[in-house]
Design a binder for this molecule. Sequence first.
Ligand code: UTP
Length: 490
Amino acid sequence: MTAPLYPLLRERLVPFGQEHVLRWWWELEDAQRSELARQIEAVDLAQVHRLFHEHAHAGLELPFDWDQLEPPEVVRPADTVEAWEQEQQAWAIGEQALRQGRVAICLVAGGQGSRLGHDAPKGTFPIGPITQRSLFQVHAQKVLALSRRYEVPLRWYIMTSPDNDAATRQFFAEHGYFGLPAEQVEFFVQGTMPAVDKDTGRLLMRSKWQLALSPDGHGGFLRALRRAGILDELQQNDVRWLFYFQVDNPLVKVADPLFLGQHISRGAEVSVKVVRRRHAQEKLGQVVRYRGRYYLVEYTEIPPEWQQRRDPSGNFWLDAGNIAVHIFDVAFLQRVAECDSQLPYHRAVKKVPFINEAGECVEPDSANALKWERFIFDVLPLAQQVLVVETDRAEEFEPLKNACGENSPETVRAALCELYARWLEQAGLRVPRDRSGRVSVPIEISPLVALDASDLRGQVEHLGEICSPLLLEHARDQVSANSTCQDLVR
Ligand code: UTP
């Protein structure tokens, strides 16, 4: 089977100067040859050639005319009675859509998590301040709690990559899908892109029979959804809205009814949640309006004077920081996925280990490779109607990105403790805080006990003052009648 393959593969590779990937062909075993042939056939060599020779750009043609750039229209949290009433109406609309089974949930978890440096899929990272429950467990329990609340098995789609798919599935299986029926969860695998030498454009190899491939970015979700038949499945099941989120943010309000209701009542095709910036240099992409369309400009692309610019009330002029929480109309996704070549590839210069001509593994000291990824936010300018909703960062956003410093396990656990403490305080409890106002004991509340402050009402009042670590793992009605505070505290 393998003998005639060699000339065929060579014929494919030579026009693009990539025949070096066959260098070790004659010393490979059959299975290794098949693997290499499969990988070569899956790569769009013409596309890689084009991407290497032209500068890959983001959705906005850069440089563009900054003077024509405008801040987006943003729905701010209600601060008047009228706005509050509108929120109540939107909430009811969102809840109805959930109850009627018109909403599905999609988590993207195919990233490599290289900054965190965790030796397993990022979703397996232990993040619970007391229990060390994993990111996956936090998300799964939210999906389960919502399914119970709305009495509907919310479909949950999880995107993995070829590298972490098996480990992710195994983790869910080992943990009994965290209480969800296995058939409610569907995994789908995203595509890959090859890495090339940054100076020559030659494909890098991970081993003698494997190209150096990496996941094609969270924007790969669109193609992967379509290829897995999920978009058709959603339409057949009359699911109209897809709630999208990313694995690293355990504060996310999964399938937030208010956000859904706002999306539905505004007739948006895509909705984006945003937060205000903490400081001018914060690494948050900004939603902007340009010639009537919405775009996301990455922070690296915003010149310092525009990062600093303030409006007359002293707020940053660009102040709609993307937190990667979206709602998509399924019909919109269908439309865009049919011609997803519209989504640009973003180029990144990275350190990629490879084997050299002598077949030795090289761990480069500096960036040696070009990689390309698609970003989901590049669908924004393709939408007729975009809704941008501002939220309070403390309530919804602290992503796990780094091993230490900003957005690290320490800051994420602290943000979770603060969130739970505020919920308890809203229920009338006293929570110990240090001089700078920070909660001084660890607190953790299972999503099965509460998804928000209002869920705690009637469950915690008997606890009085909190003075030691507090874990709420079981809803009050699941705790025996003579239970005390200690039953809830572990
Ligand atoms: P990031 O851009 O933060 O990347 O992903 P990452 O892979 O988690 O971490 P680094 O950059 O290597 O340190 C944001 C979200 O998008 C998902 C990630 O799993 C995370 O939920 N993602 C990213 C994918 O699903 N696929 C990708 O190809 C890239």
